[in-house]
Design a protein around this ligand. Structure first.
Ligand code: GBH
Length: 509
């Protein structure tokens, strides 16, 4: 089936989302099987630095996570790093076998910029690095698994960081050149592209705070410079693909935006909830997915007023030029959504301290089921509300859930993860029934991996990885068997109990 045709069918299918009587998994009152729409795509995701290892193999150069983990080792909770990680650079055959076992329609992974372009620029293309991705992509296609590729999942070449990274406006061209190289190398086979993974984490955690490399910790300034440059870089890559590659390859380009749902504490905090969403998802989605484009109006006003009161000569939020605004507006074929959790928000005192711009505070009640990650609680109704918000705010775009998942401390019996997946998929089906245009779902993660500052202490994998074994043995968890059955049957059966003795390769793969 042609790619465009398949896309049209997915769109049509979501309008006729078939579903049996609503299953009530939460209360266990009525347990029934719910079907997913025809053409719905199931996948799993990873990211280069988190799984590949081979940090300096075959000509790869240093990136900002290599630098962070090597220069300040115990910045990472278990003093670990991604030098070897799950060793996927040497194990793509096993990785593809796992995808076949699960029966995945697609696999989302990211490219390592410094593995493909060791100088950061297109003057030197590292054949060995390219070969690794070719091997991976070709093996997937052989078994009918659609590659979904993220160009940038947080591992910026170190040299570019030393020139300011995402705060340097030239990053627009640096990224556009890298994107072009990737489209040229892999565009004949890769039809789904994401430019960035989670701009909010890149800019707000990496430049505004200490949550991610490069830990610049310059809130309200560096994060806003990053945000603007990153959006323009994304848009430039989008237009390169759209103008030069789409005509021959017919693929699609989007971004994976992270968003939690912000539930108002009470009626009087509805405005705070609205603002939390505009400062969160809106900061990055509004410029791309609304008709008017640009950062949300309320955000522009708030930052401008505070900046003036603080004595700055101009708003800390960097404005787009009219040309940039046009370039960014509409620069996506789909809405990639990474969603994990929700919080309760309330209006907090307006403050000028520490460049706090949103005047909203949040918390998660301790009664919400918790994971191994401090920030991640199981709140399926928040997913449902967020999907409806995206439908209403961004004119019902095609949404691909590009990440969703749950962490444990390890172990093969992961009933909490199973419960999380079932309840979130159930909430997603509610949203689809209500007209949300969700075309696919991607579990985070295919396998355990380097969980950034948490090292290997928090595990998100459907497959457990033994990081102490030389060959990084992968073993399916109970959740892998349950996910496999969901993908096989295209249905959610809350009572299904897997036989976890033997994992087989799915028919058709
Ligand atoms: C994703 O980000 C990443 O794309 C992926 O690489 C990662 O492995 C996966 O999630 C699991 O973490 O102030 O302490 O509450 C998730 C993004 C990370 C955003 C945690 C919110 C909360 C930090 N989220 N973060 S905290």
């Amino acid at each position: 089936m042609s790619h465009t045709l398949r896309w049209v069918l997915i769109l049509a299918a979501s309008f006729f989302a078939v579903s049996n009587a609503k299953a009530n998994i939460l209360n266990g009152v009525k347990q029934s099987i719910r079907n997913f729409p025809d053409g719905f795509m199931f996948g799993a995701a990873t990211a280069s630095y988190q799984i590949e290892g081979a940090w300096d193999a075959d000509g790869k150069s240093e990136n900002i996570w290599d630098r962070l983990t090597h220069s300040i080792p115990c910045r990472i909770k278990d003093c670990s790093n991604g030098d070897v990680a799950a060793d996927s650079y040497n194990r793509h055959t096993r990785d593809v076998e796992m995808m076949r076992e699960l029966g995945l329609d697609h696999y989302r992974f990211s490219l390592s910029w410094s593995r493909i372009l060791p100088t950061s620029f297109p003057d030197v293309i590292n054949d060995a690095g390219v070969q690794y991705y070719n091997n991976l992509i070709n093996a997937m296609l052989k078994y009918n698994i659609e590659p979904m590729v993220t160009l940038y999942h947080w591992d910026l070449p170190q040299k570019l960081q030393e020139m300011g990274g995402w705060t340097n406006p030239h990053v627009v061209d640096w990224f556009a050149d890298y994107a072009r190289v990737a489209f040229e190398l892999f565009g004949d086979r890769v039809k789904y592209w994401m430019t960035m993974n989670e701009p909010h984490e890149i800019c707000n955690a990496g430049y505004g705070g200490m949550g991610k490399a490069p830990q610049l910790n310059f809130k309200g300034l560096a994060d806003y410079m990053c945000a603007k440059n990153l959006l323009v870089a994304h848009a430039k890559a989008y237009h390169i693909y759209n103008d030069e590659f789409k005509p021959k390859h017919g693929g699609v380009v989007g971004m994976a935006i992270s968003a939690g749902w912000a539930e108002p504490e009470s009626e009087e905090h509805v405005e705070a909830s609205n603002e939390a969403l505009l400062f969160g998802i809106g900061q990055y989605a509004h410029p791309i997915y609304t008709k008017e484009g640009d950062f949300p109006q309320i955000m522009k006003e708030k930052v401008a007023v505070k900046s003036a009161a603080q004595g700055y000569y101009r708003s800390r939020l960097i404005e787009f030029t009219p040309e940039e605004l046009d370039m960014v507006r509409g620069s996506a074929d789909f809405f990639g959504l990474n969603h994990y959790t929700s919080s309760i928000v309330y209006r907090s005192n307006v403050t000028l301290a520490n460049n706090e711009d949103s005047d909203v505070s949040s918390y998660q009640p301790s009664s919400w089921p918790t994971s191994a990650s401090s920030w991640l609680k199981q709140v399926p109704w928040g997913f449902h509300k967020l999907l409806n918000y995206i439908r209403d705010t961004y004119d019902n775009p095609v949404v691909i859930i590009t990440e969703n998942g749950f962490s444990t401390l390890g172990g093969l019996e992961d009933d909490e993860r199973i419960s999380y997946y079932r309840e979130y998929l159930n909430a997603m089906l509610d949203a689809i029934e209500e007209g949300c245009n969700v075309a696919g779902y991607t579990a985070w993660s295919l396998m355990d991996n380097f969980e950034w500052l948490e090292g290997y202490t928090e595990r998100f994998g459907l497959y457990e990885v033994d990081f102490t074994s030389a060959n990084r043995t992968r073993t399916p968890r109970k959740s892998a068997f349950v996910y496999k059955e969901i993908v096989r049957s295209r249905a959610l059966d809350p009572l299904y109990e897997p036989n976890t003795n033997v994992m087989t390769i799915d028919e058709g793969h």
